[in-house]
Design a protein around this ligand. Structure first.
Ligand SMILES: [Zn+2]
Ligand SMILES: [Zn+2]
Ligand SMILES: [Zn+2]
Ligand SMILES: [Zn+2]
Length: 364
């Protein structure tokens, strides 16, 4: 992630809504692609604060009304009269029940993770969109709680009491419970996970989205060779076995995480999520002057991994100095690196719009 500069000269961050120095309102400008201090005219209209841009802007509905977003849209002549959803909020199909105390704060935390995910996808030039954009599968998000607190009584939400965090046909569902630190930490410890974060959930679920977009019916043979046959055992059989037997004792020799051992789809999702984390770490390091300044959108995967591992040595020690869990706890063994290389390749192909056609897939 970059850091940005307000028109007053102060540093702005991706999550800001105010400049702490000049008190200007702050928002993402889609014209110059950065966080910007907003200039307000006497009639209340906004413009981007960058001298070279000054685009007329409109705050997202979820910024003005719901206070869970900090992005703007480019404003047309009559647009100041109506609020609209920004380029990132337009994917929300279901938002939390805001009559429940605390849900707005939980929703805010999920939106923060979602914005960081979409920023990384934009950085990599990965395609995503809605049906009207001509993109398949069409991306959408559901943010739901499985129970709600009403008065002093817990009551169910109806027939589908339990909401599973997951992906299906382009829809990413996140259980609102994942936005609560205590709940998430309990789950992390009970599942023996190194990390459990909101951004991590988004990175994992978007991987299933890209499996459907880039691999299904296109390069399944190559996928099966690298991650294993996803049809045998079936997902249901693999799930049952995983919770009955647990992971193989030597799982770290082949997998990025315990969950990755469950089924080839989850191995792909866990490894793809790690790839996005590596990109995000390298991009942030570059813009904050830490490490070698590798640009993850241009670098070779070998250089990316070497740079990430070197950063990990220092940053893990830094966390230990502060009594925190390791920032980069995983070991990138050769079989995991081979999977990351494949993911790097499909991302390069998706970016250039040259996915491997089915006719040539068996030769790769
Ligand atoms: Zn300022
Ligand atoms: Zn601008
Ligand atoms: Zn928005
Ligand atoms: Zn998954």
């Amino acid at each position: 992630m970059k850091m940005f500069t307000c028109h007053c000269g102060n540093t702005l961050f991706f999550e800001n809504i105010h400049c702490l120095s000049c008190n200007s309102e702050v928002g993402w400008c889609p014209a110059c692609h950065r966080m910007s201090g907003l200039l307000v005219s006497p009639d209340g209209a906004y413009r981007c604060g960058y001298t070279a841009c000054h685009a007329p802007l409109l705050k997202c509905h979820n910024y003005v009304v719901e206070q869970v977003c900090n992005r703007c849209l480019q404003a047309g002549p009559n647009d100041q009269l109506v609020t609209q959803l920004c380029d990132y909020c337009r994917y929300n199909d279901t938002i939390p029940d805001l009559t429940v105390e605390g849900n707005r704060e939980r929703w805010y935390r999920l939106e923060t993770g979602k914005r960081r995910l979409l920023y990384t996808l934009d950085l990599l030039g990965l395609p995503y969109g809605k049906a009207e954009d001509g993109i398949q599968p069409a991306l959408s998000f559901d943010f739901k709680a499985d129970v709600s607190l009403s008065g002093n009584h817990w009551h169910t939400m109806g027939d589908h009491e339990q909401v599973f965090t997951g992906h299906q046909n382009g829809k990413i569902t996140i259980n609102l419970r994942e936005a609560e630190d205590v709940e998430r930490e309990k789950l992390r410890v009970s599942f023996g996970e190194a990390h459990r974060t909101i951004i991590g959930h988004f990175r994992h679920e978007i991987a299933h989205y890209y499996w459907e977009m880039l691999i299904q019916d296109k390069q399944e043979e190559t996928f099966n060779r690298i991650f294993g046959n996803y049809q045998q055992p079936t997902y249901a059989q693999a799930l049952e076995r995983h919770y009955r037997e647990g992971p193989p004792s030597d799982w770290q020799a082949n997998y990025i995480s315990v969950y990755a051992t469950m089924h080839p789809w989850e191995d792909f999702a866990e490894t793809f999520a790690k790839y996005l984390a590596i990109v995000s770490v390298l991009d942030t390091a570059r813009h904050t002057g830490i490490g070698e300044g590798i640009d993850p959108t241009k670098a070779d995967i070998g250089d990316m991994i070497r740079s990430y591992q070197r950063l990990g040595l220092g940053l893990n020690e830094m966390n230990r100095a502060m009594g925190l869990i390791d920032l980069m706890p995983e070991v990138l063994v050769p079989p995991v690196i081979a999977k990351l290389q494949y993911i790097h390749q499909i991302i390069l192909e998706a970016r250039s719009g040259m996915s491997i056609p089915p006719a040539t897939r068996s030769s790769t």
